[in-house]
Design a protein around this ligand. Structure first.
Ligand SMILES: Nc1ncnc2c1ncn2[C@@H]1O[C@H](COP(=O)(O)OP(=O)(O)OP(=O)(O)O)[C@@H](O)[C@H]1O
Ligand SMILES: [Mg+2]
Length: 176
């Protein structure tokens, strides 16, 4: 591996049912500032593994093993999962915008994390929409429902939504 790692897992197992793991002892290392791709057959556990990396399996499965992000194991009972999900954003295969306006989709999380300044909100909306090449299409419709967008536009909005809280890492589960 070239350069330092930002993330690695040690023997991660995922149990959707107690008797049989759906993912077995998966240990991988991800270098900093690089794009890594997970490739494997349908049903092999790519999404399952990816969801472990920001604790999205918490409600549905037992996850054992270590998930080391920035030198800290985030697979522990005392981990602040909200902080983890701020730093490690995710977009899913199917877009899942909130039934709110485009602007609200983008500002819900930043407001949760303390953003109050109107100008900062406006510039965040513009920045992340430009990042996903959606700004020109929606800049006059920011207060319209996100559900009125096309599927591809919704997906770009969902990626922009993750960018709005300045994540270190983006987990992309076949989002295109
Ligand atoms: N919520 C769940 N509850 C129970 N079993 C699940 C759940 N999600 C996934 N599985 C099982 O875990 C295994 C891995 O599924 P996963 O969705 O991670 O595969 P994948 O590699 O992402 O496949 P694909 O390429 O089709 O998206 C499969 O056997 C699947 O049935
Ligand atoms: Mg999958």
């Amino acid at each position: 591996m070239a350069g330092p790692s930002i993330f690695h897992t040690e023997k991660v197992c995922v149990y959707y049912r107690p008797d049989k793991p759906s993912l077995v002892e998966t240990s991988l290392i991800f270098p900093k500032n690089q794009i890594a791709a997970l490739i494997g057959p349908s049903g092999s556990g790519k999404s399952t593994y990816l969801r472990c990396l920001n604790r999205m399996n918490d409600e549905v499965a037992k996850v054992t093993g270590k998930i080391i992000y920035d030198d800290v194991d985030i697979n522990t009972a005392t981990t602040n999962v909200y902080r983890v999900r701020q730093k490690i954003g995710m977009a899913f295969q199917h877009p899942n915008p909130f039934a709110r306006s485009i602007r609200e989709n983008l500002l819900l999380a930043p407001k949760q994390y303390g953003m109050k300044d109107k100008q900062e909100m406006d510039s965040t909306v513009e920045r992340v929409l430009k990042d996903v090449a959606l700004w020109d299409e929606v800049k006059d419709d920011l207060d319209k429902s996100a559900l009125a967008l096309s599927g591809g536009q919704q997906q770009r909005l969902c990626i922009a939504r993750t960018l709005a809280v300045d994540p270190d890492i983006l987990l992309l589960d076949e989002p295109a």
